[in-house]
Each structure stands twice: as C-alpha cells, then as structure tokens.
Design a protein around this ligand. Structure first.
Ligand SMILES: [Mn+2]
Length: 278
C-alpha cells in the first residue's frame, strides 16, 4: 500500500459478483475497486446475474456504480470478461473487444514469475461434479440454527408419538456432501488444467475463496461478492494471494494459503468450509 491508501497489484481476479441480485455486496465492491490499482483485471464469471434480471430484478444504484467503476478502470487497464453460468448472455460476445474489455470463454494468464494459469469460471465442470444447488444456504450458522430447530422439531415429534430424529445430523451430512462436492470440483478442474499443460487454474463458481496446491498444480478460487467479498490477486513478483474486503480495508483471506506454500493445516481448514455452486 502507498501513502494514498491505494494497494497496487499486477493482476486482480474477481468472480461471482451477481449484480442484479439483492445479495450482491455492490457498495463493498465499489469501495474495494477504488482502493486498488492493477495492470489487468479478470472478471471470472457470474458478474451480472442474468437469471435474476428476468424475474425479480434487484438492480440498485450501487450496481450501476460497479459498472461505472469497471468502465472507468478499463480506461487504464485491460479487462478480460469470462462469462459464467449466470451471465451466459455474454457468450454472444465471445471473442469480441469493447475498447480494452475483451470477452472470452477462457483465458491463459501468465504470471510475472512465468507460471501460466488457465482462467475459467468453472461451471462447465458441473456436469461432471453434479453439485446440488439446494445446499447453497447450508453453512456453519445454518447448522447451528438447525440444532435449535432439531430440538424444537423433536418436542413436536415426541408429543405426536414419533421417535427422535436429528435434523442437525441430517443437515450436517448434507454439508459434508457439499464439502466433498467442492473437493471433487477442485480435483476435476485441476485434472483438466493438467491436460492443458499449465501450472494452475483460476476459477470461481463455488463461492469458496482459496488457494491450494493440488496434484502439483495451483488451484485458486476468487470466492464471491455475496458472502466473502474476496478477490484473488497477483503481486508484482508473480506470487498470488486471496484477499478479503472488510471494515474498509484489504486483509489476507483466512481461508487461503500462499500459492507457493503447501500448507496442510491451511488446506484442511479451507476444506472444512462448506461451499456450493453459484
Ligand atoms: Mn457460477
């Protein structure tokens, strides 16, 4: 960070912003965008939520501010837009350029240290992974709430003469399925990257910000701007990091281990965080 409070990176990767939904943390994103400088910005899919625009639009003024911010940034830097499964309407512009914004189904990014990364949203691997979207709301907090609900449910069950049934245990198993699902997603993506002869893969889609080493490759996920307010960044030496925006500042994401370090504890901590497709 320099004296002006601006942090400079070589590259910034953002995914799963979901503009047009009321869960999008547009204000936080605007603040983050004005706190950074970079040479290249990748938008790694699900930036504008076309699914929600058709039905219950949740387009707020802050969402326009994000678009304005991105267009302004495109005057200073290259922006690569890789459509995801929620902004497939952008597929029509595949291979097109709008000023310094280019739209591509996928990209290969070369880091300052010479490593190359396949950049994809990741939804195309869903057909193999088959993660269930129903699990989307399940997290730690939901699990704790479920324990209370479970207790309440069993009061009713016993009063009706039914035996004990643990809702929280049932949900815990579902969360476990979701975590395994995320692990499978990562593995499928990395294996695909292996075949492409790159050093790693950058993706989004499952809203789980993390960097880990897998099968000798780097798996890096940008996270999202609904829950995590996270971004994947490349420093000028080519090292990568997942950062979070919170309390008006950029901080390292607790979920991520540096790409150069294979930290078993960080990897297992990240593995414990439930994640689901977005
Ligand atoms: Mn997605």
């Amino acid at each position: 960070m320099n004296g002006t409070g601006i942090t400079s990176y070589r590259t910034v990767f953002l995914s799963d912003i979901h503009l047009g939904t009321r869960w999008c943390r547009a204000k936080e994103l605007c603040a983050f965008l004005s706190a950074i400088r970079c040479e290249r910005l990748y938008l790694v899919g699900d930036i504008i939520d076309g699914w929600k625009l058709g039905r219950r639009p949740g387009w707020l003024r802050a969402h326009n501010e994000v678009i304005r911010g991105l267009l302004k940034m495109s005057q200073r830097m290259e922006i690569v837009y890789i459509p995801g499964n929620h902004d497939t309407f952008m597929d029509a512009f595949d291979g097109k350029r709008f000023g310094r914004i280019s739209v591509r189904k996928e990209a290969v990014h070369e880091n300052a240290d010479g490593r190359s990364f396949l950049v994809v949203h990741g939804d195309e691997f869903d057909a193999v992974v088959r993660c269930r979207k129903r699990l989307a709301w399940l997290g730690d907090r939901a699990y704790r709430a479920a324990q209370w609900m479970s207790a309440l449910l069993n009061v009713f069950r016993s009063s009706l003469g039914f035996g004990y049934w643990s809702l929280s245990k049932f949900l815990k198993q579902k969360v476990k399925d979701a975590v395994m699902c995320a692990g499978h997603f990562e593995d499928v993506l990395v294996r695909s990257a292996l075949r492409r002869g790159v050093d790693g893969v950058v993706c989004g889609h499952i809203h789980n910000p993390v960097i880990r080493n897998l099968r000798g490759l780097v798996y890096a996920n940008c996270g999202d701007w609904i829950e995590n307010c996270s971004a994947l960044v490349e420093h000028f030496d080519g090292s990568m990091e997942v950062v979070r925006w919170g309390r008006e500042r950029i901080s390292p994401c607790g979920n991520a281990a540096p790409a150069s370090v294979s930290s078993a504890s960080a990897a297992s901590a990240a593995r414990n965080a439930p994640s689901v497709p977005g």
